[in-house]
Design a binder for this molecule. Structure first.
Ligand SMILES: [Zn+2]
Length: 445
């Protein structure tokens, strides 16, 4: 007998794929689930947001006060607006916009015992100067100002008929060391003046007589202006898969010290109202609603926007820009690309058509293509995008602290007209225009 020695049978090692395949399947399922859940998705519009009115919107927005970029009121207003769009079922993307802008820290005119508070003209860099107050006519040329003895003096004047920038430049050309502009004008056209480090200021109408009586006396003028880099935000509201075939836009910032009811809460509320009307309709899938920032400082927000979103904007058939549509200084008017103008006239044959003041001309190989625009649509025109600028004229409170009321009915009417125009633009035949190119031959404006 012998003992048969044989190894007991052992189970063979499991091949690698036996556990690798289930592990990979599990990972795949996990990744799939995560990407579905993590993907941005549309929210449903909330009933309460759908039934709000521009009058209610304005009551809430007005409470935040002036909205210059970098101010507290601006930040609170932007957060409130983003919330309104979200409640209407849109996703809101915030695009930062960096801008360096002046903040007036106040100042004083001193003549003998008299002390009068002053405000810097927008854009002026401020400073301290002493000199004789020289009363000058506001529209006189620089030579005449010099002949009146303005050199090394402080110009004392009233509202010019022409631009404030032009007035400050003539004062500086004539050797003036500062400007005191007595605000007796009904309007307050705020435009950027020379960034010369001199005190260029206004005094309020209630100090007008006291100040004008000081002509010829030595005075001391102080104006403090702080220039700060601040960050604003464009708010881009759209359904997740929406393409910007039409784009409703308005600027949300104001100039310093103005509550900006007509300029431009009216435009902002018209965009919000158009978004409300579109919510839950097919238009919501074909539209973007954008609130631009830092328009008043030089169209910075819309510039940042077209620079970043150039590709999706190739689909844009119409950009509708709302600026000052809440006060009826004039009937609702449009300045529009010829094809969109034809659609606007079909909807409303008597629509007012205005010429947007040309501010710049573009020269390309001897051909010039006048591009005009005083608001954000200009940056879209420059990209060859067809625009409609909606506006009701310049009211007396333009850029003034008095710009504190608007008519919600005019806002609604504008949103209604613009929504119908957007629908018409989507239904009309359209071929994409390629950028103007170096010859400028294809530019339509
Ligand atoms: Zn404006």
């Amino acid at each position: 007998m012998y003992a048969r020695r044989r190894a007991l049978p052992t189970r063979p090692a499991r091949p690698l794929w036996h556990w690798l395949v289930p592990a990979m399947l599990a990972l795949l399922a996990l990744w799939g689930g995560w990407s579905v859940l993590g993907r941005p998705h549309d929210l449903s519009p909330q009933g309460a947001a759908l039934t709000r009115t521009p009058a209610q919107d304005w009551a809430d927005l007005a409470a935040f006060g002036p909205r210059p970029v970098g101010s507290e009121g601006h930040g609170r207003a932007a957060a409130w607006l983003a919330g309104q769009f979200r409640a209407l079922g849109y996703r809101v993307t915030e695009q930062p916009v960096q801008v360096t802008r002046p903040f007036d820290q106040g100042g004083e005119l001193r003549v003998g015992e008299l002390r009068v508070p002053v405000r810097a003209l927008y854009g002026a860099r401020g400073g301290d100067q002493q000199g004789r107050l020289v009363r000058v006519p506001p529209d006189a040329p620089a030579e005449r100002l010099r002949a009146l003895g303005l050199e090394a003096g402080l110009a004392l004047t009233t509202c010019p008929r022409g631009s404030w920038r032009d007035l400050t430049e003539r004062v500086i050309d004539a050797g003036g060391l500062g400007l005191v502009l007595v605000e007796t004008c009904p309007g307050h056209p705020l435009e950027r003046v020379s960034e010369t480090p001199l005190p260029l200021v206004t005094v309020g109408a209630r100090d007008a007589e006291r100040v004008l009586a000081q002509a010829g006396r030595p005075a001391s003028l102080t104006s403090r202006v702080e220039w700060r880099e601040v960050t604003g935000h464009n708010l881009i509201a759209a359904r997740v898969e929406a393409r910007p075939e039409v784009l409703f836009g308005a600027h949300l910032d104001t100039v310093n010290g103005s509550p900006g009811a007509n300029d431009n809460a009216s435009g902002v509320l018209a965009v919000l109202e158009a978004a409300r009307r579109a919510a839950g309709t097919p238009l919501a899938g074909r539209a973007w609603f954008v609130l631009f920032d830092a328009e008043e400082d030089g169209l910075h927000g819309s510039y940042a926007f077209i620079t970043t979103y150039g590709f999706p904007l190739r689909d844009t058939r119409a950009m509708l820009n709302f600026d000052m549509v809440g006060v009826g200084a004039a009937p609702l008017g449009v300045e529009a690309h010829p094809e969109l103008l034809a659609l606007a006239r079909r909807l409303r044959p008597d629509i007012r058509v205005f010429d947007d003041r040309p501010t710049r001309t573009r020269e390309t190989f001897g051909r010039s293509s006048p591009l005009s625009g005083r608001s954000d649509h200009l940056n879209f025109k420059r990209q060859g995008i067809r625009t409609v600028y909606l506006n009701r004229g310049e009211d007396v409170n333009y850029h003034a602290p008095g710009d504190r009321s608007l008519d919600p009915a005019l806002v609604s009417e504008t949103a209604d007209f613009a929504s119908r125009l957007a629908q018409a633009a989507l239904q009309a035949p359209w071929t994409r225009e390629e950028p103007c190119g170096i010859t400028g031959r294809d530019c339509r404006y």
